[in-house]
Design a protein around this ligand. Structure first.
Ligand SMILES: *[C@@H]1O[C@H](CO)[C@@H](O)[C@H](O)[C@H]1NC(C)=O
Ligand SMILES: *[C@@H]1O[C@H](CO)[C@@H](O)[C@H](O)[C@H]1NC(C)=O
Length: 352
């Protein structure tokens, strides 16, 4: 028992500074009396200088580090290196980290990742690379990856080969990059059969990416330069529930668009250049939220939102915004919102 207490004190010292006394430590290991297994003790004492290590989590954020610390404890499951000054990720930086599931490299100065750097990470699920200087996504990411976040980089190209074989991917975040539509290879995301969420907001793309997987439930493309919603790019997307296209330059939405996304619940088209309400809303069964404010819609027809026949079953709208359009709202036929049962769901507002 006494040995255990001394050990814990020593462990504290080693977290605060470089002090390590392996000989004494080995001796301590022979004491099995405490609840902490010998593996945990070895692990804690392998903590890199100035980092904090606890329960297989290695925390090295905000330390001004210019490179990945050497000799990271094997069996680390989460490694946090955010808010440092790391410029390069080299082969071997993560060797031995075969149990790592989360790697956080957010807010560094990374402009280069060696092709083999992530190879040892055979269990990696989450890779956070946002706020760096990457020009391209790394090749050879672990096949186990589920979530990739790389917003606020300098990425101008997304190659199909980057996502080859990443069959477990669920979330991709690529917002705020100097991406153009021509920089995204056709079908780049297509192979990922479990992909549920893509966000490519605040870039320079001017079309909806082609060949999106039908597993997507959320597609966020706000703040781009998209001018048209073409139905073909959304064909077969039976799982899509949220589509974000706010703050683009969209003036037309193909009539077949909504028919191609039959389970959509939210459609965000505010802050665009629409001159009419998109077609197909009345026939759609599930759509509940439609934001159309800040457009150039000057007319709303009686059958734009609600089915012609009362007995057609559809989910009720919970939010429709039409304010800041050149609409004389007193001219909207009173029956236009006959399928809306909560009057607060409709925001018309005054046009100034
Ligand atoms: C789309 O639908 C609207 C309203 O029903 C119709 O006026 C228009 O001609 C249609 N456009 C095309 C290209 O079919
Ligand atoms: C709004 O639409 C009208 C046609 O309905 C067009 O003449 C006008 O230029 C549009 N305004 C803007 C700001 O796009």
């Amino acid at each position: 028992m006494k040995a255990t207490i001394i050990f814990l004190l020593l462990a504290q010292v080693s977290w605060a500074g470089p002090f390590q006394q392996r000989g004494l430590f080995d001796f301590m290991l022979e004491d099995e009396a405490s609840g902490i297994g010998p593996d945990d003790r070895v692990w804690a004492l392998m903590c890199p200088f100035r980092c904090q290590c606890h329960l297989r989590v290695v925390q090295c954020s905000d330390l001004g580090l210019e490179k990945v610390p050497m000799d990271l404890p094997p069996d680390t499951t989460l490694l946090d290196l955010q808010n440092n000054k790391i410029t390069e990720i080299k082969d071997g930086d993560f060797k031995n980290l075969k149990n790592l599931h989360t790697l956080i490299l957010v807010n560094n100065k990374i402009n280069k990742i060696s092709p083999g750097a992530f190879t040892p990470l055979v269990k990696l699920e989450r890779l956070y690379l946002s706020k760096n200087h990457l020009k391209e996504l790394p090749e050879k990411m672990p096949k186990t990856l589920q979530e990739l976040r790389a917003h606020e980089n300098e990425i101008s190209k997304v190659r199909k080969s980057v996502f080859n074989g990443l069959n477990h991917m669920i979330v991709i975040e690529l917002g705020t990059n100097p991406l153009k539509s021509s920089g995204i290879e056709n079908g780049a995301f297509q192979g990922m059969k479990r992909l549920s969420y893509i966000r490519i907001a605040d870039t320079n793309i001017n079309t909806i990416p082609q060949g999106l997987p039908s597993s997507l439930t959320e597609l966020h493309l706000d703040g781009n330069k998209i001018t048209k919603v073409d139905a073909a790019s959304l064909k077969g997307m039976n799982n899509l529930a949220k589509l974000g296209l706010s703050f683009n330059s969209i003036s037309t939405v193909d009539n077949a668009t909504l028919a191609n996304i039959p389970h959509l619940r939210e459609l965000h088209l505010d802050n665009n250049k629409l001159i009419r309400v998109p077609g197909g809303l009345a026939e759609h069964k599930f759509i509940q939220v439609v934001s159309l404010h800040n457009n150039n819609i000057s007319e709303v027809g009686e059958n734009d939102f609600c089915p012609r026949r009362y007995n057609t079953k559809r989910a009720s709208y919970s939010g429709v915004s039409l304010f800041s359009n050149p609409l004389r709202y007193w001219d909207i036929p009173p029956t236009t919102f006959r399928c809306v049962y909560v009057s607060s769901a409709i925001q018309l507002g005054n046009y100034k």
